[in-house]
Design a binder for this molecule. Sequence first.
Ligand code: GSH
Length: 208
Amino acid sequence: MIELFSADTPNGKKISIMLEEIGYDYKLTKIDIGKDEQFKPDFVKMSPFGKIPVIIDHDNNESIFESGAILIYLGEKSGMFYNKEERLKINQWLMAQMGTIGPMIGQHHQFHHYNPGKSQFGEERYFKIAKRLYQELDNRLKDSKFLAGENYTIADIATWPWFARHEWHDIGIKNYINLSRWYQEISNRDAVVKGYSFMDKNLEIPKI
Ligand SMILES: N[C@@H](CCC(=O)N[C@@H](CS)C(=O)NCC(=O)O)C(=O)O
């Protein structure tokens, strides 16, 4: 049994989607990051930077922080969405999500969505970077069905939730036809629909 400590954010949804995809039973423990629950000593023991998501695998009492590490762990444990032969490619696209796509789009959320009008420099910088990422991923998905190749993998599971916030981005995902095709195909998966609404059963995936 896996225990997921999470909040309703793109990083949180990566793991609920993965757990639905691999069909594992899991128990959800909500961490209210708006109320600083991530800084409680018991949580920081598991997550040294005070960030969700975290899992505990109660089969072996391992606790794991960092969403990319959790996806790798669950991919190896289940033998799903992390094929051995494709790992070099999957790792590259997963690291690109962890190191570039997530942090940069996260800044775009901060400046453009949550705090407009506070910093023209920040708004312009991250809008431009986010727009570039839309184009770069559209280019990749022109040549490749999924990010790492022909198969849906943990790299897609890590990246998709960030584009599920496309309405916040004001970039116009529908103008990026390959990115839209990929977004829509993943949105249609039952496990993604369930994992997306893991904290609010009425939450629907934003359409293009
Ligand atoms: N690199 C981390 C990032 C996790 C992260 O930024 N989590 C955010 C929510 S999406 C969080 O816990 N924020 C609370 C805080 O920073 O105080 C991962 O992918 O697990």
